[in-house]
Each structure stands twice: as structure tokens, then as C-alpha cells.
Design a protein around this ligand. Structure first.
Ligand SMILES: [Zn+2]
Length: 291
């Protein structure tokens, strides 16, 4: 499933390719891919619209148009590929939507599992209220350390994995990058999030930023379905220290295990990532007070 780095790689690659281009009439092979508005309204409203710039919030890719915003969420197996008019048309039985430009090039959206969705909204207010209503700040670009600490305190009754995956708290983390970050920080995925020390919280925040940046630099992680905007694979899967490596050795020598946390397959090292018992704080007494 594409996570923040994969969507950011697509954004970085697509922007120079589509900026300034004007959409021709979209072709909907599977109209239910369009979440909003009705498919026929979507087709009529997108035709003639010019792309100004591209943005992203978490795993949502945003095309800012002269009038409105086109939103794409790839979900499990979506791919958004750019084809110039010199490229051969792609034969893809999972092709769901084609978004041609008036110069003959086009964006092709394919999706094996069919969970991905497209929206076309008139402005950022509708984007906020309709599409991103339950989406928190982007963990890579919109959340500073203080806000991350507050998040751990206020919504940290759950375990770390559940909190980091919750897109309404912070947007962008998925299964792969969460397991990697927790392993690098020697934190057990089931540890209660609010129990992190200040130092642990800071290390986790910095690690998340570094791992996401590295993921972007490596073109994202390609296990099964993810392709970048030109159809190429990322190679961050070769850098993973724990995800997908059940039974292999951690750098400490112990064998990596797989369990289920927050309903997701979770990889961790039982030696490096020990679930600490919740610390019971002693109550401090006021100075001079007799006990
Ligand atoms: Zn280990």
C-alpha cells in the first residue's frame, strides 16, 4: 500500500510533467472510482481545467487546478502513471480511469483491488470539509516536535502502532514505515504511546522524519503493486531492517518476529524492542511537607 513517501515520489515526478497542461474529457472505465461529484459531473467539470501545481496531505495527492482541486487516493493497489503522447498506450486490464490532456499525453489510473478514489472539489474549503475532514496534519510537512509530543499525550492511551497508523491523528504513516521507525527506536509496537519519555518521543519524531526522507530519496518501497509516475519501481524495500523479514536476523542477532498489532501484520525484534511495563510514577510531596 502506498504510504507518504510513495505518494510524495509520485507528486515530485508528476509536477513538472503536468504543470500547465489542460485536461481533455476524462474516460471512466469504472465510474465508481469517482467518489465525488457524480461521475458525469466530474467529467464535465474536469474538461478544460489547467493544472497549476501539485500538493499532498498524507497519502492524498492534490492537483490544484485553475478552478478547483482534483484529489487522488491510491488506497491499496492504485497506480497513477503518466504517458506522454510518444509512449505506447499501456495494456492494463486494471485500468479504471484515463485523464487525457489536450496535447495527447495522459494520466492513467489503474487499480487491481478497486479501493482507490478520485474527487473533484471546487475549493480548499470543500477539500477540508469533504475529503480531508478526518485527516490530521501531514506528519512530514505539517507536524513539529511539540505537536507530536502533544499528540502522544492527548491521544496516546493506545499503543504506538495504532496511534501512528491513525490518519486522523497524523497523516502519512502506514504499516511499513511505522514498523521500521519503531524498530530503529527500539520501541515495542504495543507500548502505550503516552508512556514515552521526552527523549524517546524526540527520537521517534526525528527517526520518522529521517526514514520518510530516505524513503522518498529511494523512490519509495515497491513490494507488489507500487509504481512511480513513470511506471518504475522504488528500491527502499532493500533498505528495510525489519518489515517483511520474519525469521531473518536483526542486526542484534535475534530472529525477527511477526505478530498482529492494531489489526495489521507487524514485524519487530523481540530483543531490541521490549515492551516495557507501564511505569507507575511516585507522587511527589511538597517541600517541607511531613509524611
Ligand atoms: Zn534486534
Amino acid at each position: 500500500m502506498p504510504e507518504l513517501p510513495e505518494v510524495e515520489v509520485i507528486r515530485l515526478e508528476l509536477e513538472p510533467l503536468v504543470k500547465g497542461k489542460t485536461f481533455a474529457a476524462p474516460i471512466l472505465h469504472m465510474p465508481s472510482t469517482i467518489q465525488y461529484p457524480d461521475p458525469d459531473v466530474f467529467v464535465a467539470a474536469l474538461e478544460g481545467q489547467t493544472v497549476k501545481t501539485l500538493g499532498r496531505r498524507g497519502k492524498y495527492l492534490l492537483f490544484y487546478l485553475v478552478r478547483g482541486i482534483l484529489v487522488v487516493h491510491l488506497r491499496m493497489t492504485g497506480n497513477l502513471i503518466f504517458n506522454s503522447n510518444e509512449d505506447l498506450p499501456r495494456a492494463d486490464r486494471f485500468l479504471r480511469v484515463e485523464l487525457p490532456f489536450n496535447d495527447g499525453s495522459m494520466l492513467q489510473y489503474s487499480d487491481m483491488r478497486r479501493f482507490g478514489r478520485l474527487w473533484l472539489v471546487k475549493d480548499s474549503q470543500v477539500l477540508k470539509n469533504l475529503v480531508l475532514k478526518n485527516v490530521g496534519p501531514d506528519i512530514y510537512t505539517e507536524l513539529n516536535l511539540e505537536q507530536f509530543r502533544t499528540l502522544l499525550e492527548k491521544r496516546g492511551k493506545r499503543n504506538l502502532k495504532a496511534l501512528l497508523l491513525d490518519q486522523s491523528c497524523s497523516a502519512g504513516m502506514g504499516n511499513i514505515y511505522t514498523d521500521e521507525c519503531l524498530h530503529l527506536c527500539h520501541l515495542h509496537p504495543e507500548q502505550q504511546a503516552s508512556k514515552l519519555t521526552a527523549a524517546e518521543a524526540e527520537k521517534l519524531y526525528i527517526t520518522i522524519q529521517q526514514v520518510l526522507e530516505l524513503g522518498i530519496e529511494h523512490g519509495g518501497t515497491s513490494f507488489r503493486d507500487y509504481r512511480n509516475a513513470r511506471g518504475a519501481l522504488g528500491d527502499f524495500q532493500n533498505k528495510l531492517s525489519v518489515y517483511g523479514r520474519k525469521g531473518e536476523r536483526c542486526s542484534c542477532g535475534a530472529l525477527i518476529e511477526k505478530t498482529v498489532v492494531a489489526g495489521r501484520g507487524t514485524y519487530y525484534c523481540p530483543c531490541c524492542q521490549v515492551n516495557k511495563e507501564p511505569v507507575v510514577k511516585k507522587r511527589s510531596t511538597k517541600k517541607g511537607e511531613t509524611i
